[in-house]
Design a protein. Sequence first.
Length: 85
Amino acid sequence: MPFYEYRCSECGHEFEAMQKMSDQPLSDCPECGRAALVKLVSATGFRLKGGGWYETEFKGSGKSSTTDEAASGGGGCCGGSCACQ
Ligand SMILES: [Zn+2]
């Protein structure tokens, strides 16, 4: 079920509501009670689409951890020549 973001044009209250596609858009602000809600383009949809992103990032981090291992093997911080020891 998608989330919709609403903002009240009277008091500025913003919130997210989970609604069915078929539900009527909300109009009454839960804060001030006025019928002044404006439906915003949901950023949540982008976050959900970002699932593919996560996968890409995961693959990328697999590569970078290999790099990290090589770096620590080569004597990075705490490798002996660092002032922290
Ligand atoms: Zn309001």
